[in-house]
Write a protein that binds this ligand. Structure first.
Ligand code: JFT
Length: 402
């Protein structure tokens, strides 16, 4: 694969001589050529920037050196061949592993690294008339120019090329294929003494029981994905026909709306139960806010509007029980499977040591009963935790971890 990079900081790309990419270059798998944009500036000061038309802060990269440099790169290739030009830009499409895989299938990539406030817009038009162009962003944060983005993209693409990575198995084993984060890894010593408590490698990894190890690793992957990247779990939540649903951990800013939705959803329950003494109806802004510390609470928004919520936690005093609660869905969105998906999502948050799932509800309409039964729950009267005080209105449902 051939790669051309244009920059005003050629030294910034020096890391491409290191490690596996450096080896691949020396072995002829990668032909990387770094070009100094200033070689195409023809004034005495080798100027590549100028003040912005229309005013504003900072400087803009002049078009002529870019056009000359990109044209020179194109002419340097085989007759008729053109590179796919990647231009890092804060306004580009986010770089992903899928994009890396697609780029790894191309014979020739070129990269234009801008600086300052950006590149004169006409450079993009000039380039697009001569070669395929993709504007790409490294992610939603600010960096000062395109060079760091190009280092990342080249590393992500190059490691996918046959022969570049040392161990092809590591490519196969990797996730981001199945959308779960990696399991934690350990090496010797089995017990590490760093001055505090002895730090042990989880015993299952020393057991030699390959099925148990695989199960443990899958559990770890699910638990950390639920904790760190809930957005990667249950893509079903995004396909309930509600448009874009955003599931995110509830923050204090969500509390007032959450309180309103909670009351709206629990009032019919209270009417059926013949009491207004239900805790969800008695909740204050303050108590709901402080509950965020005790529960993993999630808010579901559609077009900015709070439409559903759920919370869950390991039961205090019983590490093997997971409680899901306050599963609410806005009345106009009932019957679309959102409650079922949220219940499954809340269960996915439970750590591996959990062996039973509990769910409290006020009354059991036939509809609620059906949803619980389909989710594998069995209703047990008397409440999940009889020590929690008088709660005769509350019905508990339980299931074993599948
Ligand atoms: C940033 C970039 C970002 C970001 C190209 C060029 C200038 C600095 C800048 C930042 C914000 C607003 C200018 C670039 C990137 C990212 C790419 C340039 N800047 N205006 N790539 N990936 N996340 N930020 Cl040219």
């Amino acid at each position: 694969m051939r790669l051309d990079v244009v920059t005003i900081f050629p030294g910034y790309l020096a890391p491409l001589e290191q490690s596996l990419i450096g080896q691949a270059r020396r072995g002829g798998l990668l032909d990387i050529r770094i070009h100094d944009l200033r070689d195409h500036a023809h004034d005495r000061h080798r100027t590549v920037d100028d003040t912005p038309y229309g005013g504003g802060a900072g400087m803009v990269m002049k078009p002529e050196p870019w056009a000359e440099s990109l044209d020179a790169i194109r002419r340097s290739g085989p007759a008729g061949a053109v590179p796919h030009l990647m231009i890092p830009s804060p306004a580009g499409v986010p770089f992903t592993e899928a994009m890396a895989r697609s780029l790894a299938g191309e014979p020739w990539l070129a990269f234009a690294c801008g600086r300052y406030e950006g590149i004169d817009e006409r450079v993009y038009d000039h380039a697009r008339e001569r070669m395929p162009v993709t504007l790409v962003s490294l992610g939603d944060y600010v960096i000062n120019g395109g060079e760091a983005a190009v280092l990342v993209i080249v590393e992500a693409v190059a490691r996918l090329l046959p022969g570049v990575i040392g161990n092809a198995d590591s490519l196969v084993e990797e996730s981001h294929e199945d959308g779960l984060l990696e399991y934690p890894v350990y090496t010797k010593p089995a017990v590490w003494h760093d001055g505090g408590v002895p730090r042990e490698v989880p015993s299952v990894l020393l057991s030699g029981d390959h099925a148990a190890i695989a199960a443990w690793r899958l559990g770890q992957r699910r638990a950390r994905t639920a904790a760190r990247r809930p957005d990667l779990l249950h893509p079903s939540l995004a396909t309930t026909g509600l448009g874009d649903l955003l599931v995110s951990p509830a923050t204090p800013a969500d509390v007032p709306e959450l309180l309103v939705l909670t009351r709206a959803c629990w009032l019919p329950e209270a009417e059926r139960a013949g009491t207004t003494a239900l805790p969800p109806l008695r909740e204050s802004v303050a108590s709901l806010a402080s509950s965020l510390e005790q529960w993993h609470t999630y808010a579901v928004r559609s077009g900015g509007r709070l439409v559903a919520s759920v919370r869950g936690r390991v039961r205090p005093g019983d590490e093997t029980a997971w409680e899901t609660g306050r599963l609410i869905v806005a009345p106009d969105l009932e019957g679309r499977g959102l409650g079922r998906d949220l219940l499954a999502f809340a269960e996915s948050l439970a750590p591996e040591r959990v062996t039973s799932f509990w769910l409290d509800t006020a009354t059991l309409t036939p509809r609620h009963q059906r949803i619980l039964r389909k989710a594998g729950y069995r209703v047990v009267r008397g409440g999940a935790d009889e020590t929690a005080g008088p709660r005769s209105e509350i019905v508990s449902a339980v299931k074993r971890r599948p």
